[in-house]
Each structure stands twice: as C-alpha cells, then as structure tokens.
Design a protein around this ligand. Sequence first.
Ligand code: SF4
Length: 504
Amino acid sequence: MTTGIWILGDRLTIKQLSLQNNQAQKQQTPVIFIESSNYVQQRPYHQQKLVLVWSAMRHFAAELKADNWQVTYKIAADFITPLQDWIAANKITNLQITNPCDRPFLKLIKSLDLDCEITFLPDNHFLWNKDEFITWANSRQRLLMEDFYREGRKRFNILMDGKKPIGGKWNYDKDNRKPPKKNLQTPPSLSFEPDAITQEVIDWVKQEKFSHYGKIEPFNWAVTRQQSQQVLTYFIQESLPQFGTYQDAMIAGEYTMWHSLISPYLNLGLLEPMEVIDAVETAYYQQELPLNSVEGFIRQVMGWREYMHGIYHYQDENYSQNNWFDHHQPLPKFFWDASKTEMNCLRQTLTQVEETAYGHHIQRLMVLSNFALIAGISPQEIENWFHSAFIDAYDWVMQTNVIGMGQFADGGVLASKPYAASANYINKMSDYCGNCQYKKSDRTGERACPFNFFYWDFLHRHRDRLQSLGRMNLVLSHFKRISETELEQISSLAQKWWENQPLS
Ligand code: SF4
C-alpha cells in the first residue's frame, strides 16, 4: 500500500494528522498541493486573498520539501487531472486528506473519480472537535455563545482561579465599548514586503485576471508560520493592552486600530488557536495587562471562533438557504465599488476592504451587515459578497457569521435578536457621520440618513415577527411616538432609494 497526502489550502500545518502519522516515512510519502484556477473563479475573490492562500501554500510546500517530504506542487485548471496523474505516477493506493472544514469542498472531493481509496482524517485544528460540540449542544436547551465560552474556559483552564473566573467575572464587555476619542494614537500594523515567491504569485494573479475585485498591492500580509508568529507577538506587545477598550470603535482612515489581524493565519492553519490563547494568557500574568483586553480577545478565539465552527457543523447544509425575514433585494453595486456610494460609513469601510481585504468585527457587523439587513438584501447575496471580499473568509466562517449573526436569517439559532441599528449607533462608535452628506439625526426629509429610514422601515415591516422575539419590545415601543404619516414617508424613502440604486 502506498499512502499519498493531499494538503488542502487552508490546512498549512505540520500538526495535521496526515503529516504527523507519516512523519517517520516522509521521504517515501508523496505529498501534493494543487492550485486550481477554475475553483477560485466560482466567486470574485479579493485579489489579496488569492495571493495570500497561494503564497502561503507555496511557502509551506517549500518548507516540507526542505524537510525531505516528497512534494509535488501543481498549478492547474482543476483538481482532478493533477490528482489522477500523481496517483498513477506514484502508484498511490490510499489518499489521506484532512477532513475539509467547508461542506462544499468535502462534496467536491467526494465527487472526484480517483483510482484509489480516500481516507479523511479528523481536523485537529480546533479546540472542540465536531463530536464534542454536538455533545455539548445536545445537552443544552439554548445554544448561547456565552454558555459555550464559559464551558471552554473551564474545560481548558484559561483565565481561571480554581472554579471561578479570574477577576470574578466571565465577561468584561461593558468596559470594551468605548467610543473613539479624538487624537487616539494607534500602533502601525506589522507589514511584510513580498518575497520572491509572493511576488511571483502577485504577478500570476495580475496576469491571469482571476478576479477584478480589490487592490492587489500593496500586499502586506504574512505568508508563513514564522511571520504569523511575529504578528502574534507584535499584537501582544503593541496592541493588546489597549485592544479591549476601543475594540468596537471605528475611525476613518484607521484600518486596523488595536486589532490583532491574526484571523487569516488561524484560518489557514499557520497559527494554532491554543498557542494564541496561551501566549495571550501568559502575557496577562507576566505583564499585568488589563483583564478587559485579555478576556475580550480570548473570548473572540476561544468563544466566537470555536462556537461558529461548532454551529456550522451542528446545522445541516440547508442552513445556508435560511431567510427568516424573506429578504430578496439584490446587492447594490457599491459593495463592489466603494466610490459609488455617498454614505460615508459605507464608503470608508468598503474602501478599506478594497484596499486590504480586511475590516474589523464592528465594521463588518454594524456597518456592512447591518445595512444589508435593514435594507432587506438577500442573505445569500450578502453572504457571497462577504465570502468573496474578506481575507479570512471561508464557508464555515461566513455561513454562521453572516447568515446567522449578521442577517438573523436562521431565526435565532445563533443570536437572540437581530443586530439592527440606525445612524445613532454608527455616530456613537465612529467619526464617519461628521463628514457625510446625509443627516445622522433625520429619518425623513431630503437628506435623511438611509440607515435611519431603513432601520425604521425594517422594524415596521417585521413588527409582528420581531414582537415574537420578546427582546425587541423596548425598541418597538418607540412606534407609539411615530405617526402614520411619518411611517408612510419612511416607507416611501426606502422604496425610492431602491428605485435609484444601480445593482450588481
Ligand atoms: Fe452613515 Fe448615515 Fe452616518 Fe452618513 S449619516 S455616515 S450614512 S450613518
């Protein structure tokens, strides 16, 4: 029997079981990497995403080769042809693959007609494997992230003082919602000059025009495990102390604030979740860092990230088609071209995404996704956009974050109420409204902010459904103070906005 290993583009780690299990026979174990140009053209991926994944794959392949693995690297139209040739040439009888995180990719692999047996090995890149999450979920009446997160803290003994959380509280979020002050001094983000391998990928992506979305340069992302570790160290030293306090704040032209920028590396396998959590917890004890920052960051990795992965696999594949509010508006063109909108919050955020393929969690949730929700855009269209545009996006990441959390299209599997907000929230948490042609306080009239009339139109259209959630009653009680005439004006503004909107 000859074993071969296919390394997938989002599992670039020596710790995966296929490599671990064959370490002793590495010189005789064929390993293949494949870049498929057809596969990446199924959606208009941000060009920097293509460069990141392919450059990281090429670097990891070179590392394995230097470590005496028998590496084949193929650049091809599809996966099947290079796989068939490699299997035949190496007389492979058993192909080992780390179980893909994304359901569509698993389906694709299963559809390949290969002349050998396929063994899917468990993905050991998460703290909770699928079965452990399912056992936890089946034992619960509700699937709240906060409950899951506390379970994780106890299970892995992170920020614990015996059986109690360090500091006496599980969650310090109330200290983490400070609006931006004037003249905040944010640290510069760590950037990496493209080396010869990365430059070759940049030239290739430019030449082949796989996608037209997003600027390809400057490309500053880390592409190896070593560089990713540098990003983590830099974050802990320079950004973590202030991270919590302003983690929800947004400032025009400030792309990264105190955010870590490690999600692309975690999702590619270049960093392990526990090494990130351990490094942050150790820094907390050694450097006496503020607990609100440390706990807030650990909750993102140990709570949100693990929870989203768990829920994705706990739900079936129909989850992607959920549409609780029955929203069907198409995606406005400006999502692909920021210059096409006058709404400053959207223009700033979308410009940033075009330039870097990145936006932080509040820009994603409370500007981009919030707008899609209140304007009634199809959850599937906005999910596809998020999946295409962001550097750290994968099916498992975006189904849960966009369909579930952002659009509430699952009717509350994930969130207890929709994340819908008017200009009030955006004005409080950013400096965007000061330079906008719309009036942040108006919900009717010529210069009314679209976030306002869409917000009230959304609440009005779905009043009955929202009432059934209970948690929206306080917000809905404001309708007592809005006249029928004003409601009609709101609804007419929302309708007219769509009539004048270029669509993608
Ligand atoms: Fe956005 Fe409205 Fe503020 Fe303009 S006024 S930046 S559209 S929230």
